[in-house]
Design a protein around this ligand. Sequence first.
Ligand SMILES: [Zn+2]
Ligand SMILES: [Zn+2]
Length: 316
Amino acid sequence: MQVPLPTYVEDCYLCPGNRRVDGQRNPAYRQTFVFENDLPCVASNAPPARRPASPLYRSADARGFARVVCYTPRHDLTLAELDEARIEALLRVWQAQYAELGDHLDVAHVLIFENKGEVVGVSNPHPHCQIYATNFVFRTIESEARVSKRHLEKTGRILFQDVIDAERRDARRLLAENDSAIAFIPYFARYAYETYVAPKETHPNIAALSKSELRDLAAILKEVLVRFDNLWRTSFPYVMTLHQAPTDGGLYPSMHFHIEFHPPLRTPTLLKYLAGPEIGGGNFLSDTSPEEKAAELQAVSTVHYKQARRSKAAGR
Ligand SMILES: [Zn+2]
Ligand SMILES: [Zn+2]
């Protein structure tokens, strides 16, 4: 049984009105709140690159911006528990952040991500994500850009569109779908509950989505998050990352914005360890079948278990 969290915590550095490590005070925010990370991993005044000890080695300075986005003033909620309108409002914040940060000459890429849960190293449960806007492009994005460009040149098609087509034809791994958005565990999932959430139309980044696409995406995101939590009736840990085109001035017509979830658990108590094959050998060993894991997620309710409990308690 999980102990419910309080809605406000005095020494939480993300709760409204509280002081952060650098002494600044959070405003009494009521929706979302964006601020510069007090302990940034990248900043405009980053130390200069180390001098390589050999011409074999490369080193570069990592400059940019590190921000934190609080989803809500409520300390006790998670993204899964926010209603669709709140999630949609958060998507609009992500759109604005991508556009603003991506516009900087220095910023080659904007990585928006949420680490959720103690098993991925998050000690403060206050719902928030982070943004690293950097003068370099992260490795996975670089490969997605390269591979999707090659696919477009070879076939004239968008790689992610072909993935969506394959998943819809097979249908066993689909988790949710509406007019313009879709969610599935991909055929090639590495983690047991690895899930992709995406608009069906190709857009290189989230900022390019229309109002109705954003609303549809929020609905699908909400459904996936609720299914995650309902699976074990617990707050489901994950690493969530937005994959979008670099902002380095290049053109990326082959890039299809999507959100990837990498949940680290295989069971409520069993972590997927990265060990010999993954760290030692460089290949990912999947211990489960994505069809079975998708079936588990398809079987649970789309009403969050906490909300269901509250409705029951209220006699409805
Ligand atoms: Zn808090
Ligand atoms: Zn991706």
